[in-house]
Design a protein around this ligand. Structure first.
Ligand code: MG
Length: 247
């Protein structure tokens, strides 16, 4: 019921006649890995060292932005200016080092189940991440073998504009050879939801961190689940709704 209502709202809102899921465009941090706690702790440590006032939770809201964009938010708050290219490079390297020092983040519970179901349903899985950190990208083959083919990965290296720009998800559609109404986006961050929605895709928001549901709705989420295991459990309903719901 929840799923079919969300699908019919999506069709009406976008003026689509049909919705056939051929591809799933899947974010990485906070969806496939329980890595956002580590990212926010690393950003917090870097900013505190500079004496810049911030909270750990605010970094969840910036998820999906480029590193430089996050650094510029901090710099404008503290110094009233953007960081230089050299400052960005140095500070992002420092943040990445602090993140790496915390060890490998755990796989997100429920993510493996979700990926198996998608694969069994013949749906192409495409990774769409703003990350360019090789340490975690290299883990995908080990943790989720056979799911993300090398040609089906959109990373920081493939796009000019990061989320919330739709470019990463438009690139994902291009890699999958799909139209917007033939794919679902799976996201945990408001800016990622905004990007998926702007690309015209049915956008699933999973609140795996402290972000309130209202922020997901405000950014265009078509449906919201409160954990990855809950989403994995409801996925058959969503697939059924997509196959049967008409405008
Ligand atoms: Mg994410």
């Amino acid at each position: 019921m929840y799923e079919s209502k969300a699908v019919s709202n999506y069709l009406a809102r976008n003026g689509y006649d049909s919705f056939r899921i051929k591809a799933a465009l899947i974010d990485m941090d906070g969806v496939l890995y329980d890595s956002m706690k580590g990212h926010s702790a690393a950003w917090f440590r870097m900013a505190k060292e500079l004496g810049i006032e911030c909270t750990r939770d605010e970094f969840y809201a910036y998820e999906g932005m480029t590193g430089a964009a996050t650094i510029n938010i901090l710099f404008n708050r503290a110094y009233g200016r953007d960081a230089t290219a050299d400052e960005c490079k140095e500070l992002y390297a420092k943040k990445a080092k602090y993140f790496a020092e915390m060890g490998e983040p755990a796989k997100m519970p429920g993510a493996g189940d979700m990926l198996c179901q998608l694969k069994n349903a013949g749906i192409t899985c495409v990774l769409v991440t703003g990350s360019g950190q090789h340490s975690i990208l290299d883990r995908l083959d080990r943790d989720y073998p056979g799911i993300f083919l090398p040609e089906n990965r959109v990373t920081a290296l493939n796009v000019t504009h990061g989320k919330p720009d739709p470019e990463p998800y438009l690139k994902g559609l291009e890699f999958a050879g799909c139209l917007a109404n033939e794919a679902i986006v799976i996201e945990n961050a408001p800016l990622g939801v905004k990007a998926g929605h702007a690309a015209g895709c049915f956008t699933v928001a999973v609140t795996t961190g402290p972000i309130p549901e209202a922020d997901m709705t405000a950014n265009g989420a078509d449906i919201i689940y409160n954990s990855m295991p809950q989403f994995a459990k409801q996925l058959p309903e969503l697939l059924k709704a997509a196959a049967t719901t008409t405008k």
